[in-house]
Design a protein around this ligand. Structure first.
Ligand code: ADP
Length: 323
C-alpha cells in the first residue's frame, strides 16, 4: 500500500531545472477575483520532449496555457522561457512561440497554401524562403497533396495538422497546443500524437500541450496533472503509474458503501469509494480477485482488474474520479 502523503511528495517533486530546461515555471499562481485558478505551480520542460498538462474541466489548464502563450500576464510567481522573463520580455518570448489554440485559426474558405502564405507574411517571411518552408512543413505533416484544396473540405485531423504547420512557419523553439486532439476521432488522435513525437525528436523543439484525455497524456514524455489549480503529480507516465502500486481492482456492487468496510475487514486492504465503485490497490491482484469473489459472491456485481493507469494516479491523489 502506498501512503498518499508519500506518493504526493514523490509525484510532485520538481526536477531540478538544468541548462536544458527551456521553460521554467516557479510558484505560479493566478486568481480571478476570489477564485484561485492556479495555486503555486512549479515545473520545468526541456527541448525534445512532449509535456502534457492533464486535468479535468476547471483544473486550471486554460489559465496556465493563456499565461504561457502571453495572452494573460503573470501576476504571482515567475515563468522563464529560454531564459527570458515572461513578466518583462513578452515581445521577445512571442517570437519563440508557435501557438495552436482550441478554436480553429484557419480561414476555411482559403486553400491550405493560401492560409500558410498569409500567416508567413505576418511574420515577415516571403519569396523563396517562405515557399521552401511551406513545402517542407506540408511534406512533414503529410498534407502536400492537399495544398491546393480549401481548408473546409479537409477532415478535422488534417485541419489540425495544417494548423500546427502554420504555427511552425516562423521556426519557433516552443510549440504550445491547447487541447489539440479535441473533436478528433481515435485514429486521428493517434496520428497527431505520432506527428508531434516526430516533431519533438527531429526539430529538437519543445512541445507543451494541454489535454483532458488520459490517452493523450499517456503518449507524452512527461505529464503534469492539475486538479483544482494545484499540480498534484509530475513525471513520466510510467513512473507515476509505478508509484501507485501493483494492480488496481474495481468492484461494482449495489451497496458499495457496506461492501467496502467488509472487504477491508476480511482482507486488510484499503478500499476507496468513488462514484459507487470500490477501488483497491494490491499486489497479486489475480489472487485477490479470486478470493474476494469467493468471499462476497452475492454482493459483487462486477470486477475489473488491471495495471494502474493515469486515472488511478489521479484517483489516488485526489480521491475523485477523473471526469
Ligand atoms: P480548465 O481549462 O482546466 O477547464 P480553467 O483555467 O478554464 O480550467 O479554469 C480554472 C478555474 O478558474 C475554474 O474554476 C474556472 O471556473 C475559473 N475561471 C476561468 N476563467 C475565469 C474567468 N474569466 N473569471 C472567473 N473565473 C474563471
Amino acid at each position: 500500500m502506498v501512503d498518499t502523503e508519500v506518493l504526493h511528495s514523490i509525484t510532485t517533486k520538481s526536477r531540478e531545472p538544468t541548462a536544458d530546461s527551456q521553460i521554467q515555471v516557479k510558484n505560479l499562481s493566478h486568481a480571478y477575483q476570489q477564485r484561485q485558478a492556479l495555486d503555486n505551480i512549479s515545473f520545468d520542460v526541456s527541448c525534445g520532449e512532449i509535456f502534457g498538462l492533464l486535468g479535468p474541466n476547471g483544473s486550471g489548464k486554460t489559465t496556465l496555457f493563456r499565461i504561457l502563450s502571453t495572452l494573460m500576464p503573470v501576476t504571482a510567481g515567475t515563468v522563464h522561457i529560454f531564459g527570458r522573463d515572461l513578466a518583462t520580455e513578452v515581445k521577445a518570448i512571442r517570437n519563440l512561440l508557435g501557438v495552436v489554440f482550441q478554436h480553429p485559426g484557419l480561414d476555411a474558405k482559403l486553400t491550405v497554401i493560401e492560409n500558410l502564405r498569409h500567416h508567413g507574411h505576418l511574420y515577415g517571411l516571403a519569396g523563396k524562403t517562405l515557399r521552401h518552408r511551406i513545402s517542407e512543413l506540408l511534406e512533414r505533416f503529410g498534407v502536400s497533396d492537399r495544398a491546393a484544396e480549401r481548408v473546409e473540405v479537409l477532415s478535422g485531423g488534417l485541419q489540425r495538422r495544417v494548423e500546427i504547420a502554420k504555427a511552425l512557419l516562423h521556426s519557433p523553439r516552443v510549440l504550445l497546443l491547447d487541447e489539440p486532439t479535441s473533436g478528433l476521432d481515435v485514429a486521428a488522435r493517434r496520428q497527431l500524437s505520432d506527428y508531434l513525437g516526430m516533431l519533438a525528436r527531429t526539430e529538437n523543439i519543445l512541445v507543451l500541450m494541454t489535454t483532458h484525455l488520459l490517452d493523450d497524456a499517456e503518449a507524452c514524455n512527461r505529464v503534469g496533472i492539475l486538479d483544482e489549480g494545484k499540480l498534484v503529480a509530475l513525471g513520466e507516465p510510467d513512473e507515476l503509474k509505478t508509484q501507485v502500486g501493483g494492480d488496481v481492482i474495481i468492484i461494482e456492487s449495489v451497496d458499495s458503501g457496506t461492501l467496502g468496510p467488509a472487504i477491508n475487514e476480511k482482507f486488510g486492504v484499503s478500499t476507496v469509494l468513488t462514484d459507487a465503485q470500490l477501488r483497491i490497490e494490491c499486489e497479486r491482484g489475480h489472487e485477490f480477485v479470486r478470493d474476494v469473489v469467493a468471499a462476497f459472491p452475492e454482493e459483487i456485481q462486477s470486477v475489473r482488474f488491471g495495471k494502474p493507469t493515469l486515472e488511478d494516479v489521479f484517483v489516488k491523489l485526489t480521491g475523485n474520479l477523473f471526469t
